[in-house]
Design a protein around this ligand. Structure first.
Ligand code: GDP
Ligand code: MG
Ligand code: K
Length: 268
């Protein structure tokens, strides 16, 4: 079984990776690129490989790290994703999360830096996050070794169940309607689990994805509908998707993360 570790730079990926794998890790390079590739066996589980992905902020096609990560996730299809996020910077970190959730792979979100969240006196509603994101959410402190064992067990169990996250309520109606139509057209043409991911990519006119997967005719079929949304929203398709992700995240964070500071505890 393969479990991929995905997250923003500085979210604690390396710390968690080392905690999960102990010293039995392998360091190499991704084929043809200089981005570091690391995998290791989960401690006590010789049949479970943890694949460390490069630190990324999104799955867009602009940086080498992002291209490497999304090729791995889309083409190699790990049995589950552990998405580690910096719990002290949850709003920024959840951007990648909304994209990973579309891949149709079993996934667990690990809110890291629990020790700092507690130290700050912040409150995080893990059940509320689960409900909004549509996947399991656990809090850990990779540095202190808290929660990583349960996290790994949960990722293995989600992988065995092949439990695919429900679609979170990210996109607004006009956008979502077109995305769903694209999904219908894609259905039967590509791996069924990946339909959500590809539909958003087609909507965004992601040229790399469209070319690599010969989706030009599907795109042509929806070109007008996409343009209609762009006219209505007075923005380009890619920015529309980005803006809607951020407004969804702002709501989710507002409902489920309560910062002691934001509520007037002034520390001098
Ligand atoms: P990466 O860039 O995602 O691989 O992140 P690292 O594992 O290198 O961690 C970034 C920094 O955060 C390092 O200084 C870690 O020691 C620290 N760190 C990681 N996890 C935790 C945690 O749970 N609590 C605290 N306080 N610091 C952490
Ligand atoms: Mg690292
Ligand atoms: K809040």
């Amino acid at each position: 079984m393969k479990i991929a570790l995905a997250g923003n730079p500085n979210s604690g990926k390396t710390t968690l990776f080392n905690d999960l794998t102990g010293s039995a890790q392998y360091v190499g390079n991704w084929p043809g690129v200089t981005v570091e590739k690391k995998d290791g066996k989960l401690k006590g589980h010789n049949d479970v490989t943890i694949q460390d992905l490069p630190g990324i902020y999104s799955l867009s096609p602009y940086t080498l790290e992002e291209v490497v990560s999304r090729r791995y996730l889309v083409n190699d299809q790990p049995d589950a994703i552990i998405n580690i996020i910096d719990g002290t910077n949850i709003e920024r970190n959840l951007y990648l999360t909304t994209q990973l959730l579309e891949l149709g792979l079993p996934m667990v979100v690990a809110v890291n830096m629990l020790d700092l969240i507690e130290k700050n006196g912040d409150q995080i509603d893990l059940k509320g996050l689960e409900k909004r994101l549509g996947c399991k959410v656990v809090a850990i402190s990779a540095l202190k070794g808290r929660g990583s064992h349960d996290l790994a067990a949960l990722a293995i169990s989600e992988a065995k169940k092949k439990h695919v996250p429900a679609r979170p309520d990210v996109f607004e109606d006009d956008t979502l309607n077109v995305i769903k139509e694209i999904e219908k057209a894609l259905s039967g043409q590509i791996d069924e689990r990946m339909v959500k991911w590809f539909a958003v990519k087609v909507f965004e006119r992601d040229e790399k994805v469209i070319e690599e997967n010969s989706l030009q005719s599907i795109y042509a079929q929806f070109k007008d509908s996409i343009q209609n949304v762009e006219k209505a929203e007075d923005d380009d398709a890619e920015s529309i998707i980005t803006a809607q992700r951020y407004s969804f995240i702002a709501q989710v964070v507002d409902e489920n993360y309560h910062s002691a500071r934001a509520h007037g505890t002034l520390t001098l």
